[in-house]
Unconditional design. Sequence first.
Length: 150
Amino acid sequence: MNIEQLKSKDEYYMRLALLEAETAYTEGEIPVGAVIVCRDRIIARAHNLTETLHDVTAHAEMQVITMAANEIGGKYLQDCTLYVTLEPCIMCAGAIGWAQLGRVVYGCADERRGFSVHAPQALHPKASVVSGILENECRNIMLRFFREKR
């Protein structure tokens, strides 16, 4: 697969993560969406549920990792790619590392709480990271949400 094909595939799955973020937005949740793909098959999709569940750990990444592990019947997701609209926080990066996700693709950076600034070693050592996929769309839904909240 060449770089253009991979970028096209990443954009396709990120659009699905953005649909999850839109669902979170309409539910009054911080609009973060996530999708896990394993061998070109979507095995889980989720969005933030922290308000709904009254649970600070109910981030989209935590939800989708649990769903994916249940789907494949195991806790390790080495052959999987996580697509998430916002850079994972430290907590989520730790879970991503423990799940041994092979690849992480995120839309926009989180300068305040993102793992790349605060815990760059949290992911599994073999994991690859791609950032900036549909960055503007991912950033804009967050900006719209917080602008309306203030």
